[in-house]
Design a protein around this ligand. Sequence first.
Ligand code: HAM
Length: 425
Amino acid sequence: MYQAPRGTQDILPDEQPYWNYVKSNARQVAHLYGYGAIETPIFEDTQLFLRSVGETSDIVQKEMYTFLDKGENSLTLRPEGTAPIGRAYLEHGLSNQPQPVKLYTIGPFFRYDRPQAGRYRELHQFSYEAIGEIDPALDAEIIAMSWDYLTRLGLRELSIQLNSIGCPICRPHYVEALREYYRGKVAELCLDCQTRLERNPLRLLDCKNRACNAVAESAPRSIDYLGEECSGHFQRLEELLHSLAIPYQINNRLVRGLDYYTKTVFEVYSTETGSQSSLGGGGRYDGLIEQLGGRPTPAVGFAAGLERTILNLKKQGITPPSRPGVVAFVASLGDGTEVAVSRLVAQLRAADIAALQSFGRRSLKSQLKHAHASGARFTLILGPDELATGRVVLRDMEKSTQEAVDQSTVVELLLKGVRGPTPNP
Ligand code: HAM
Protein backbone atom coordinates (compact mmCIF):
# COMPACT_ATOMS: atom_id res chain seq x y z
CA MET A 1 0.00 0.00 0.00
CA TYR A 2 1.28 3.46 -0.87
CA GLN A 3 1.05 6.28 1.62
CA ALA A 4 1.20 10.04 1.15
CA PRO A 5 4.89 11.07 1.46
CA ARG A 6 6.07 11.93 4.98
CA GLY A 7 5.20 15.51 5.88
CA THR A 8 2.34 15.75 3.37
CA GLN A 9 -1.37 15.21 3.88
CA ASP A 10 -4.52 14.50 1.91
CA ILE A 11 -7.22 17.06 2.52
CA LEU A 12 -10.41 14.98 2.48
CA PRO A 13 -13.94 16.35 1.94
CA ASP A 14 -14.64 16.56 5.72
CA GLU A 15 -11.67 18.91 6.15
CA GLN A 16 -12.55 21.11 3.19
CA PRO A 17 -14.91 23.47 5.07
CA TYR A 18 -11.90 24.62 7.16
CA TRP A 19 -9.80 25.20 4.05
CA ASN A 20 -12.61 26.99 2.23
CA TYR A 21 -13.25 29.17 5.27
CA VAL A 22 -9.59 30.15 5.66
CA LYS A 23 -8.99 30.73 1.95
CA SER A 24 -12.15 32.73 1.36
CA ASN A 25 -11.35 34.86 4.42
CA ALA A 26 -7.83 35.44 3.02
CA ARG A 27 -9.28 36.52 -0.35
CA GLN A 28 -11.80 38.80 1.35
CA VAL A 29 -9.09 40.50 3.44
CA ALA A 30 -6.83 40.85 0.36
CA HIS A 31 -9.74 42.48 -1.47
CA LEU A 32 -10.43 44.89 1.42
CA TYR A 33 -6.82 46.06 1.39
CA GLY A 34 -6.56 46.24 -2.40
CA TYR A 35 -4.20 43.31 -3.05
CA GLY A 36 -4.48 41.56 -6.42
CA ALA A 37 -4.02 37.81 -6.87
CA ILE A 38 -0.88 36.44 -8.50
CA GLU A 39 0.13 32.85 -9.14
CA THR A 40 3.73 31.91 -9.75
CA PRO A 41 5.20 28.51 -10.75
CA ILE A 42 5.61 25.75 -8.17
CA PHE A 43 9.29 25.47 -9.12
CA GLU A 44 11.85 28.16 -9.89
CA ASP A 45 15.49 28.47 -10.85
CA THR A 46 17.43 27.38 -7.73
CA GLN A 47 19.59 30.52 -7.87
CA LEU A 48 16.53 32.67 -7.13
CA PHE A 49 16.29 31.24 -3.60
CA LEU A 50 20.05 31.07 -3.02
CA ARG A 51 20.37 34.78 -3.74
CA SER A 52 17.33 35.95 -1.80
CA VAL A 53 16.57 33.63 1.11
CA GLY A 54 20.33 33.39 1.79
CA GLU A 55 23.00 30.71 1.55
CA THR A 56 23.33 30.44 5.33
CA SER A 57 19.60 30.20 6.09
CA ASP A 58 18.09 26.90 7.31
CA ILE A 59 15.86 26.88 4.23
CA VAL A 60 18.77 26.90 1.78
CA GLN A 61 21.10 24.78 3.88
CA LYS A 62 18.72 21.99 4.81
CA GLU A 63 15.20 22.35 3.49
CA MET A 64 15.06 22.87 -0.26
CA TYR A 65 13.73 20.27 -2.68
CA THR A 66 16.28 20.84 -5.43
CA PHE A 67 16.62 18.70 -8.56
CA LEU A 68 18.10 18.70 -12.03
CA ASP A 69 15.56 18.46 -14.83
CA LYS A 70 16.25 16.51 -18.03
CA GLY A 71 17.93 19.60 -19.49
CA GLU A 72 20.35 19.70 -16.51
CA ASN A 73 18.78 22.90 -15.14
CA SER A 74 18.82 23.16 -11.35
CA LEU A 75 15.27 23.80 -10.18
CA THR A 76 13.79 24.08 -6.68
CA LEU A 77 10.24 23.52 -5.45
CA ARG A 78 9.41 26.94 -4.02
CA PRO A 79 10.10 27.01 -0.26
CA GLU A 80 8.53 30.47 0.12
CA GLY A 81 6.64 33.06 -1.90
CA THR A 82 8.44 36.39 -1.59
CA ALA A 83 11.36 35.76 -3.97
CA PRO A 84 9.07 34.37 -6.74
CA ILE A 85 6.77 37.39 -6.45
CA GLY A 86 9.82 39.70 -6.54
CA ARG A 87 11.03 37.87 -9.65
CA ALA A 88 7.61 38.26 -11.31
CA TYR A 89 7.52 41.98 -10.38
CA LEU A 90 10.77 42.49 -12.30
CA GLU A 91 10.04 40.11 -15.16
CA HIS A 92 6.72 41.79 -16.01
CA GLY A 93 7.85 45.40 -15.53
CA LEU A 94 5.43 45.96 -12.64
CA SER A 95 7.73 48.77 -11.46
CA ASN A 96 6.12 50.86 -14.23
CA GLN A 97 2.73 50.63 -12.52
CA PRO A 98 1.69 52.98 -9.71
CA GLN A 99 3.61 51.94 -6.58
CA PRO A 100 3.26 50.12 -4.29
CA VAL A 101 2.21 47.09 -6.31
CA LYS A 102 0.17 44.93 -3.91
CA LEU A 103 -0.02 41.20 -4.61
CA TYR A 104 -1.14 38.07 -2.80
CA THR A 105 -1.00 34.36 -3.41
CA ILE A 106 -2.46 31.28 -1.74
CA GLY A 107 -0.83 27.94 -2.43
CA PRO A 108 1.58 25.13 -1.56
CA PHE A 109 5.24 25.54 -0.59
CA PHE A 110 7.85 22.87 0.09
CA ARG A 111 10.42 22.51 2.85
CA TYR A 112 12.32 19.43 3.89
CA ASP A 113 11.53 20.17 7.54
CA ARG A 114 11.19 17.70 10.44
CA PRO A 115 7.47 16.86 10.40
CA GLN A 116 5.49 17.33 13.63
CA ALA A 117 2.21 18.94 14.71
CA GLY A 118 1.77 22.02 12.53
CA ARG A 119 4.97 21.38 10.59
CA TYR A 120 4.79 19.84 7.14
CA ARG A 121 7.00 19.29 4.14
CA GLU A 122 4.22 20.47 1.86
CA LEU A 123 2.73 23.49 3.59
CA HIS A 124 0.28 26.13 2.42
CA GLN A 125 0.56 29.88 2.86
CA PHE A 126 -1.48 33.01 2.36
CA SER A 127 1.38 35.27 1.36
CA TYR A 128 1.13 38.96 0.44
CA GLU A 129 3.62 41.53 -0.65
CA ALA A 130 3.56 45.31 -1.20
CA ILE A 131 6.45 46.38 -3.43
CA GLY A 132 7.73 49.90 -4.21
CA GLU A 133 7.09 52.03 -1.11
CA ILE A 134 9.25 52.96 1.89
CA ASP A 135 6.53 54.64 4.02
CA PRO A 136 6.13 52.95 7.45
CA ALA A 137 2.37 53.32 6.90
CA LEU A 138 2.77 50.37 4.53
CA ASP A 139 4.43 48.27 7.27
CA ALA A 140 1.47 49.20 9.47
CA GLU A 141 -0.96 48.17 6.71
CA ILE A 142 0.73 44.78 6.30
CA ILE A 143 0.62 44.17 10.07
CA ALA A 144 -3.01 45.32 10.29
CA MET A 145 -3.87 42.98 7.43
CA SER A 146 -2.33 39.99 9.20
CA TRP A 147 -4.27 40.91 12.33
CA ASP A 148 -7.50 41.24 10.32
CA TYR A 149 -6.94 37.92 8.55
CA LEU A 150 -6.57 36.06 11.86
CA THR A 151 -9.16 37.86 13.98
CA ARG A 152 -11.88 37.82 11.31
CA LEU A 153 -11.67 34.02 11.48
CA GLY A 154 -12.65 34.32 15.15
CA LEU A 155 -9.17 33.49 16.52
CA ARG A 156 -8.34 34.88 19.96
CA GLU A 157 -5.29 34.84 22.22
CA LEU A 158 -2.97 36.20 19.55
CA SER A 159 0.20 38.15 20.03
CA ILE A 160 2.09 40.20 17.45
CA GLN A 161 5.81 40.39 18.15
CA LEU A 162 7.75 43.18 16.54
CA ASN A 163 11.39 44.14 16.09
CA SER A 164 13.63 46.13 13.77
CA ILE A 165 16.89 44.62 12.56
CA GLY A 166 18.14 47.75 10.76
CA CYS A 167 19.57 48.15 7.28
CA PRO A 168 22.91 47.42 5.56
CA ILE A 169 24.24 50.73 6.91
CA CYS A 170 23.48 50.30 10.62
CA ARG A 171 23.29 46.51 10.92
CA PRO A 172 27.06 45.82 10.61
CA HIS A 173 27.60 47.80 13.85
CA TYR A 174 25.02 45.66 15.58
CA VAL A 175 26.43 42.42 14.17
CA GLU A 176 29.89 43.42 15.42
CA ALA A 177 28.48 44.10 18.90
CA LEU A 178 26.75 40.70 18.84
CA ARG A 179 29.94 38.91 17.82
CA GLU A 180 31.85 40.75 20.52
CA TYR A 181 29.27 39.68 23.11
CA TYR A 182 29.25 36.05 21.99
CA ARG A 183 32.98 35.60 21.53
CA GLY A 184 33.63 35.03 25.21
CA LYS A 185 30.73 32.57 25.42
CA VAL A 186 31.42 30.16 22.56
CA ALA A 187 31.86 27.18 24.87
CA GLU A 188 28.29 27.64 26.17
CA LEU A 189 26.74 27.49 22.69
CA CYS A 190 25.38 24.51 20.74
CA LEU A 191 27.41 23.33 17.73
CA ASP A 192 25.03 24.99 15.25
CA CYS A 193 25.41 28.33 17.01
CA GLN A 194 29.18 28.02 17.09
CA THR A 195 29.16 28.03 13.28
CA ARG A 196 26.40 30.66 13.16
CA LEU A 197 28.64 33.04 15.08
CA GLU A 198 30.77 33.59 12.00
CA ARG A 199 28.25 32.94 9.22
CA ASN A 200 24.95 34.35 10.46
CA PRO A 201 25.24 35.84 13.98
CA LEU A 202 21.66 37.23 14.06
CA ARG A 203 20.37 33.65 14.20
CA LEU A 204 22.11 33.12 17.54
CA LEU A 205 19.26 35.07 19.08
CA ASP A 206 16.44 32.69 18.17
CA CYS A 207 18.15 29.34 18.77
CA LYS A 208 15.77 27.03 20.68
CA ASN A 209 18.59 25.30 22.60
CA ARG A 210 18.20 26.00 26.33
CA ALA A 211 21.84 26.99 26.93
CA CYS A 212 21.90 29.29 23.87
CA ASN A 213 18.62 30.76 25.01
CA ALA A 214 20.13 31.71 28.35
CA VAL A 215 23.12 33.38 26.68
CA ALA A 216 20.84 35.27 24.27
CA GLU A 217 18.88 36.76 27.21
CA SER A 218 21.50 39.42 27.82
CA ALA A 219 22.69 39.90 24.25
CA PRO A 220 22.80 43.42 22.76
CA ARG A 221 19.49 44.58 21.20
CA SER A 222 19.26 45.57 17.57
CA ILE A 223 16.96 48.54 18.30
CA ASP A 224 19.80 50.15 20.28
CA TYR A 225 21.98 50.16 17.15
CA LEU A 226 19.52 51.55 14.59
CA GLY A 227 20.69 54.50 12.50
CA GLU A 228 18.61 57.68 12.35
CA GLU A 229 16.53 56.60 9.36
CA CYS A 230 15.75 53.09 10.69
CA SER A 231 15.03 54.42 14.14
CA GLY A 232 12.64 57.08 12.78
CA HIS A 233 10.92 54.42 10.64
CA PHE A 234 10.39 52.16 13.67
CA GLN A 235 9.10 55.02 15.82
CA ARG A 236 6.59 56.06 13.17
CA LEU A 237 5.45 52.44 12.76
CA GLU A 238 4.85 52.18 16.51
CA GLU A 239 2.79 55.40 16.47
CA LEU A 240 0.69 54.08 13.60
CA LEU A 241 0.08 50.72 15.30
CA HIS A 242 -1.02 52.54 18.45
CA SER A 243 -3.38 54.74 16.48
CA LEU A 244 -4.86 51.65 14.78
CA ALA A 245 -5.22 49.96 18.21
CA ILE A 246 -3.22 46.95 17.00
CA PRO A 247 -1.71 45.20 20.01
CA TYR A 248 1.93 44.15 19.78
CA GLN A 249 4.98 43.47 21.89
CA ILE A 250 8.57 44.33 21.11
CA ASN A 251 10.64 41.16 20.95
CA ASN A 252 14.34 42.04 20.85
CA ARG A 253 15.25 38.51 19.84
CA LEU A 254 13.00 38.29 16.81
CA VAL A 255 15.25 38.12 13.73
CA ARG A 256 13.38 35.81 11.25
CA GLY A 257 15.01 32.99 9.37
CA LEU A 258 15.32 34.49 5.89
CA ASP A 259 18.21 36.76 4.96
CA TYR A 260 16.35 39.37 2.92
CA TYR A 261 14.82 41.30 5.82
CA THR A 262 15.66 44.91 6.63
CA LYS A 263 14.15 47.18 9.32
CA THR A 264 10.74 45.82 10.40
CA VAL A 265 10.29 42.13 11.24
CA PHE A 266 7.23 40.66 12.93
CA GLU A 267 5.52 37.37 13.74
CA VAL A 268 2.10 36.41 15.05
CA TYR A 269 1.87 33.75 17.75
CA SER A 270 -0.92 32.07 19.61
CA THR A 271 -0.56 32.76 23.33
CA GLU A 272 -2.44 29.61 24.33
CA THR A 273 -0.26 27.23 26.26
CA GLY A 274 1.30 24.49 24.21
CA SER A 275 1.30 26.31 20.90
CA GLN A 276 4.49 28.23 20.51
CA SER A 277 4.71 27.97 16.77
CA SER A 278 4.15 31.07 14.75
CA LEU A 279 0.96 31.48 12.77
CA GLY A 280 2.74 33.74 10.34
CA GLY A 281 5.64 36.09 9.89
CA GLY A 282 6.92 38.84 7.68
CA GLY A 283 8.72 42.13 7.43
CA ARG A 284 10.44 44.65 5.21
CA TYR A 285 12.87 43.58 2.50
CA ASP A 286 14.17 46.80 0.96
CA GLY A 287 17.19 45.16 -0.69
CA LEU A 288 15.61 42.12 -2.33
CA ILE A 289 14.42 43.59 -5.64
CA GLU A 290 17.85 45.14 -6.26
CA GLN A 291 19.51 41.83 -5.33
CA LEU A 292 17.38 40.16 -8.01
CA GLY A 293 18.63 42.63 -10.62
CA GLY A 294 16.15 45.53 -10.32
CA ARG A 295 16.53 49.14 -9.21
CA PRO A 296 16.64 49.77 -5.44
CA THR A 297 12.99 49.14 -4.47
CA PRO A 298 11.63 49.01 -0.92
CA ALA A 299 9.02 46.37 -0.07
CA VAL A 300 7.22 44.69 2.81
CA GLY A 301 5.15 41.51 3.16
CA PHE A 302 3.79 38.71 5.30
CA ALA A 303 2.86 35.02 5.04
CA ALA A 304 0.45 33.07 7.23
CA GLY A 305 0.62 29.27 7.42
CA LEU A 306 -2.79 27.80 6.56
CA GLU A 307 -2.21 24.48 8.37
CA ARG A 308 -1.36 26.41 11.54
CA THR A 309 -4.34 28.71 11.10
CA ILE A 310 -6.61 25.65 10.88
CA LEU A 311 -4.87 23.93 13.81
CA ASN A 312 -5.62 26.97 15.95
CA LEU A 313 -9.23 27.22 14.74
CA LYS A 314 -9.72 23.62 15.90
CA LYS A 315 -7.95 24.20 19.22
CA GLN A 316 -10.25 27.14 19.90
CA GLY A 317 -13.36 25.19 18.88
CA ILE A 318 -14.17 27.48 15.95
CA THR A 319 -16.18 25.62 13.35
CA PRO A 320 -16.35 26.95 9.82
CA PRO A 321 -19.69 27.60 8.18
CA SER A 322 -20.48 24.51 6.14
CA ARG A 323 -21.78 24.65 2.59
CA PRO A 324 -25.35 23.50 1.96
CA GLY A 325 -25.15 19.79 1.23
CA VAL A 326 -27.18 17.45 -0.95
CA VAL A 327 -30.88 18.27 -1.11
CA ALA A 328 -32.32 15.31 -2.94
CA PHE A 329 -31.48 11.66 -3.48
CA VAL A 330 -33.25 9.85 -6.31
CA ALA A 331 -33.82 6.17 -5.62
CA SER A 332 -34.98 3.64 -8.17
CA LEU A 333 -37.31 0.70 -7.74
CA GLY A 334 -36.75 -1.92 -10.37
CA ASP A 335 -35.96 -2.26 -14.05
CA GLY A 336 -36.90 0.29 -16.64
CA THR A 337 -36.54 3.29 -14.34
CA GLU A 338 -32.87 4.09 -15.11
CA VAL A 339 -33.54 6.66 -17.83
CA ALA A 340 -36.26 8.35 -15.79
CA VAL A 341 -33.97 8.51 -12.75
CA SER A 342 -31.15 10.13 -14.75
CA ARG A 343 -33.59 12.62 -16.31
CA LEU A 344 -35.09 13.56 -12.95
CA VAL A 345 -31.64 14.14 -11.41
CA ALA A 346 -30.64 16.29 -14.41
CA GLN A 347 -33.88 18.30 -14.05
CA LEU A 348 -33.14 18.96 -10.36
CA ARG A 349 -29.55 20.04 -11.03
CA ALA A 350 -30.72 22.33 -13.83
CA ALA A 351 -32.87 24.05 -11.18
CA ASP A 352 -29.75 24.40 -8.91
CA ILE A 353 -30.92 21.66 -6.55
CA ALA A 354 -27.96 19.52 -5.42
CA ALA A 355 -28.98 15.94 -6.20
CA LEU A 356 -27.56 12.41 -6.09
CA GLN A 357 -28.83 9.31 -7.81
CA SER A 358 -28.59 5.65 -6.95
CA PHE A 359 -26.39 3.51 -9.22
CA GLY A 360 -26.63 -0.22 -9.95
CA ARG A 361 -29.26 -2.47 -8.47
CA ARG A 362 -29.79 -2.07 -4.76
CA SER A 363 -32.65 -2.76 -2.38
CA LEU A 364 -34.79 0.22 -1.35
CA LYS A 365 -33.51 -0.22 2.20
CA SER A 366 -29.90 0.08 1.09
CA GLN A 367 -30.73 3.10 -1.09
CA LEU A 368 -32.48 4.86 1.80
CA LYS A 369 -29.46 4.16 3.96
CA HIS A 370 -27.26 5.75 1.34
CA ALA A 371 -29.66 8.71 1.05
CA HIS A 372 -29.52 9.16 4.82
CA ALA A 373 -25.70 9.04 4.89
CA SER A 374 -25.50 11.64 2.11
CA GLY A 375 -27.42 14.08 4.31
CA ALA A 376 -30.13 14.54 1.66
CA ARG A 377 -33.21 16.30 2.97
CA PHE A 378 -35.52 14.54 0.52
CA THR A 379 -35.54 11.20 -1.26
CA LEU A 380 -37.47 10.78 -4.50
CA ILE A 381 -38.46 7.20 -5.28
CA LEU A 382 -39.24 6.10 -8.82
CA GLY A 383 -40.71 2.65 -9.57
CA PRO A 384 -42.66 1.14 -12.46
CA ASP A 385 -45.99 2.31 -10.93
CA GLU A 386 -44.76 5.90 -10.66
CA LEU A 387 -43.42 5.76 -14.23
CA ALA A 388 -46.81 4.64 -15.51
CA THR A 389 -48.69 7.41 -13.67
CA GLY A 390 -46.16 10.27 -14.09
CA ARG A 391 -45.78 10.52 -10.35
CA VAL A 392 -42.90 10.10 -7.87
CA VAL A 393 -42.77 9.32 -4.16
CA LEU A 394 -41.39 12.28 -2.22
CA ARG A 395 -39.98 11.29 1.15
CA ASP A 396 -39.08 13.90 3.74
CA MET A 397 -36.05 12.39 5.48
CA GLU A 398 -36.28 14.65 8.53
CA LYS A 399 -39.94 13.95 9.22
CA SER A 400 -40.00 10.39 7.87
CA THR A 401 -43.21 11.15 5.94
CA GLN A 402 -43.85 10.42 2.30
CA GLU A 403 -46.44 11.01 -0.39
CA ALA A 404 -46.80 10.47 -4.14
CA VAL A 405 -46.70 13.73 -6.08
CA ASP A 406 -46.83 14.74 -9.74
CA GLN A 407 -43.35 14.66 -11.34
CA SER A 408 -44.01 18.06 -12.91
CA THR A 409 -44.35 19.65 -9.45
CA VAL A 410 -41.22 18.16 -7.85
CA VAL A 411 -38.81 21.01 -8.61
CA GLU A 412 -41.20 23.59 -7.22
CA LEU A 413 -41.95 21.53 -4.11
CA LEU A 414 -38.26 20.97 -3.38
CA LEU A 415 -37.39 24.64 -3.90
CA LYS A 416 -40.14 25.55 -1.43
CA GLY A 417 -38.88 22.90 0.94
CA VAL A 418 -35.37 24.29 0.78
CA ARG A 419 -36.18 27.96 0.94
CA GLY A 420 -39.36 28.18 2.93
CA PRO A 421 -41.74 26.07 4.97
CA THR A 422 -41.59 22.33 4.33
CA PRO A 423 -43.98 21.28 1.54
CA ASN A 424 -47.00 19.40 2.54
CA PRO A 425 -47.54 17.09 -0.42
P1 HAM B 1 8.19 32.02 7.07
O1 HAM B 1 8.24 32.53 8.47
O2 HAM B 1 9.28 31.13 6.63
O3 HAM B 1 8.10 33.29 6.14
O4 HAM B 1 6.82 31.27 6.85
C1 HAM B 1 5.59 31.91 7.13
C2 HAM B 1 4.65 30.97 7.85
O5 HAM B 1 4.50 29.76 7.12
C3 HAM B 1 5.15 30.50 9.22
O6 HAM B 1 4.90 31.46 10.23
C4 HAM B 1 4.30 29.26 9.43
O7 HAM B 1 3.00 29.61 9.87
C5 HAM B 1 4.21 28.70 8.02
N1 HAM B 1 5.21 27.63 7.86
C6 HAM B 1 6.53 27.75 7.60
N2 HAM B 1 7.11 26.53 7.53
C7 HAM B 1 6.14 25.63 7.76
C8 HAM B 1 6.07 24.19 7.80
N3 HAM B 1 7.15 23.44 7.58
N4 HAM B 1 4.88 23.60 8.05
C9 HAM B 1 3.76 24.34 8.25
N5 HAM B 1 3.76 25.69 8.21
C10 HAM B 1 4.92 26.33 7.97
C11 HAM B 1 8.06 33.26 4.77
O8 HAM B 1 7.86 32.28 4.11
C12 HAM B 1 8.20 34.64 4.14
N6 HAM B 1 8.15 34.48 2.68
C13 HAM B 1 7.11 35.55 4.64
C14 HAM B 1 7.18 36.92 4.03
C15 HAM B 1 6.39 37.40 3.06
N7 HAM B 1 8.04 37.86 4.34
C16 HAM B 1 7.84 38.92 3.59
N8 HAM B 1 6.85 38.66 2.77
